[in-house]
Design a protein around this ligand. Structure first.
Ligand code: GDP
Ligand code: MG
Length: 441
C-alpha cells in the first residue's frame, strides 16, 4: 500500500504543473490502494474529498514541498480517522474494584486477550481476577483456567451452572468481597442465535456493571469489522477496542471503519498468542504499518523494554543517519530479541521478505554471517556509511578474506546498510513533517 501511494505521489509530482487530471489520477490511485487494504469505501471517499481540498490550496508550492505535503496529508488524514478524540479512556484506580467486561465474536481472541490484560495490570501492581462467563462453549472455562493458572491469576467459573449471567454475578461479587482491584469478565462470542448473544451481553452488563467494556476485534476480518462493531455497540456500548492478530498479514485497515463508525478508540493491539503479546496502540504507528513504512516506533519500544545495548543507533536512525556499526549492533540486537519472524515484519530493507522466502533459520544464519563480516572491518570502516568501500574496492576484498566470505556477501552488507539508511531518512522526513509534539518518540 505504501509503495503504491508513494509511486502515485511521485508520478503526480513529476509534472511541473499540477493539473486537475494529475490530481484526479493521484486521488484515484490512493483510493484504490486504501480500499484494497480493507479501508471502508465511505471513508475513502471522505478522505479523498479532504485531500483534494489540501492539494488545491498548495498548487503554488515547489515540487519537493508538494510531494511532502501530499504524503503528509495522506498520513495525517488516516491518523485522524483512527485517532478518536474527545473520548475519555478509562483508567482503573487502585484500592477499589474496577470491573472490565470483554465482548466480541467467538474466535476474535477474547479469552486470550483477557489474560494478556490481566497480566498487564498485575505487573502494574493491581490485584487482578478473571471470571469466565462463557457457559456456551464446552471447554471455555478450562481454557480460561489454563491461561489464568499459567499467568498466576486467580479465576472464577463453573462447570455446572449454565446461566452465564449468574456465573458473572457470582464471580464479580466474590472478587469484590475479596477486595480485588481489577475483575475481568470474559464472555461468550456465540449463541444459537445472534440476537440471543446480544441479549446475553446486555444482561451480563446489567449485573456486573462494568466500569469499562472492551470489544475484541480480529484484525484479519477485513471490512466485516465495521458491522461487528456496530452490532456490539448497540448491545454493550463498549468504550474501547482491542485489535487482535496484528502479527499476521492483516494490516487492520478494516479497523479504521470500526473505530470511525463507533467513535471508540483502540487501546491495545494483540500481536501474538503469548501472554506478553499486547502492545499499546498509537495511531501513528498503526498507520505507518498500514502504509508499509516499517514500524520503527514499535521496534524502538520493543527494544527499550529489552534493555539492549543501543549505542547511538537509535539516535542516529532518527536523525536519518545509519553507519555500518549501527547495522551490526541492530543485527546483534535482533538476534537477541527472539522470535525473529515477528521482529522481521517490523523491519525495513526487505528483511521481512527475506524471512518469508528463506525462513527464520536461514535469515538468522545470514544475519550472523553479516555480523561476522562487519567484525572484519576496521573502526573507520564501521563508522562510515560504506562509501569508503566504493572508493577503495580493495577494502572489500580484504574484508571478504578476513571473514572467510565472498565479495558478493560483503557487498550485500553494504546494500543492507543502504536500505536501512534510506529507511532512516524516510523516518526522519516523516517525523519532521509531523506537527510538533507528535514527533517526540
Ligand atoms: P475467543 O473465542 O474470542 O475467546 O478467542 P480465543 O482467545 O480463544 O482466541 C482464538 C484463537 O486466536 C486462539 O488460537 C488464540 O491463540 C488466537 N489469538 C488470540 N489473539 C491473538 C493474536 O493477537 N495473535 C495471534 N496470532 N493469535 C491470537
Ligand atoms: Mg473465549
Amino acid at each position: 500500500l505504501g509503495r503504491r501511494i508513494n509511486n502515485a505521489v511521485s508520478e503526480a509530482t513529476k509534472s511541473s504543473t499540477v493539473t486537475q487530471s494529475v490530481v484526479d489520477t493521484l486521488l484515484k490511485e490512493i483510493s484504490n490502494a486504501l480500499m484494497e487494504s480493507d479501508v471502508d469505501i465511505k471513508l475513502v471517499l471522505k478522505l479523498r474529498k479532504k485531500l483534494k481540498a489540501t492539494l488545491e490550496v498548495k498548487e503554488s508550492d515547489n515540487i519537493t514541498n508538494r510531494k511532502k505535503l501530499i504524503q503528509k496529508a495522506v498520513f495525517d488524514e488516516l491518523c485522524d480517522l483512527i485517532d478518536v478524540k474527545n473520548v475519555e479512556i478509562f483508567k482503573p484506580r487502585k484500592k477499589q474494584s474496577n470491573v472490565i467486561m470483554f465482548v466480541g465474536l467467538q474466535g476474535s481472541g477474547k479469552t486470550t486477550t483477557c489474560t494478556k490484560l490481566a497480566v498487564y495490570y498485575q505487573r502494574r501492581g493491581f490485584k487482578v481476577g478473571m471470571v469466565c462467563a462463557d457457559t456456551f462453549r464446552a471447554g471455555a472455562f478450562d481454557q480460561l483456567k489454563q491461561n489464568a493458572t499459567k499467568a498466576r491469576i486467580p479465576y472464577f467459573g463453573s462447570y455446572t451452572e449454565s446461566d452465564p449471567v449468574k456465573v458473572a454475578q457470582e464471580g464479580v461479587e466474590k472478587f469484590k468481597k475479596e477486595k480485588f482491584e481489577i475483575i475481568i469478565v470474559d464472555t461468550s462470542g456465540r449463541h444459537r442465535q445472534e440476537e440471543e448473544l446480544f441479549k446475553e451481553m446486555v444482561e451480563i452488563g446489567e449485573v456486573v456493571k462494568p466500569n469499562q467494556t472492551i470489544m475484541v476485534l480480529d484484525a484479519s476480518i477485513g471490512q466485516a469489522a465495521e458491522a461487528q462493531a456496530r452490532a456490539f455497540k448497540e448491545s454493550s456500548n463498549f468504550g474501547a477496542i482491542i485489535l487482535t492478530k496484528m502479527d499476521g498479514h492483516a494490516k487492520g485497515g478494516g479497523a479504521i471503519s470500526a473505530v470511525a463508525s463507533s467513535n471508540t478508540p483502540i487501546i491495545f493491539i494483540g500481536t501474538g498468542e503469548h501472554i506478553n503479546d499486547l502492545e499499546s496502540f498509537t495511531a501513528k504507528q498503526f498507520i505507518s504499518k498500514l502504509l508499509g513504512i516499517g514500524d520503527i516506533q514499535g521496534l524502538m519500544e520493543h527494544v527499550k523494554t529489552l534493555n539492549l545495548d543501543q549505542g547511538d543507533s537509535m539516535k542516529n536512525f532518527q536523525e536519518g543517519k545509519f553507519t555500518l556499526k549501527d547495522l551490526q549492533s541492530q543485527m546483534n540486537n535482533i538476534l537477541k530479541m527472539g522470535p525473529l519472524s515477528k521482529i522481521a515484519q517490523m523491519l525495513p530493507g526487505g528483511i521481512g521478505e527475506m524471512m518469508n522466502q528463506v525462513g527464520e533459520e536461514e535469515t538468522s544464519n545470514r544475519f550472523k554471517r553479516m555480523i561476522c563480516i562487519m567484525d572484519s572491518m576496521t573502526k573507520k570502516e564501521l563508522e562510515s556509511d560504506g562509501s569508503i568501500f566504493i572508493d577503495e574496492p580493495s577494502r572489500i576484498i580484504r574484508v571478504a578474506r578476513g571473514s572467510g566470505t565472498t565479495v558478493t556477501e560483503v557487498e550485500a552488507v553494504l546494500l543492507q546498510r543502504n536500505m536501512f539508511a534510506r529507511m532512516a531518512q524516510t523516518t526522519k522526513n516523516m517525523q519532521s513533517n509531523l506537527p510538533p509534539g507528535m514527533a517526540d518518540k
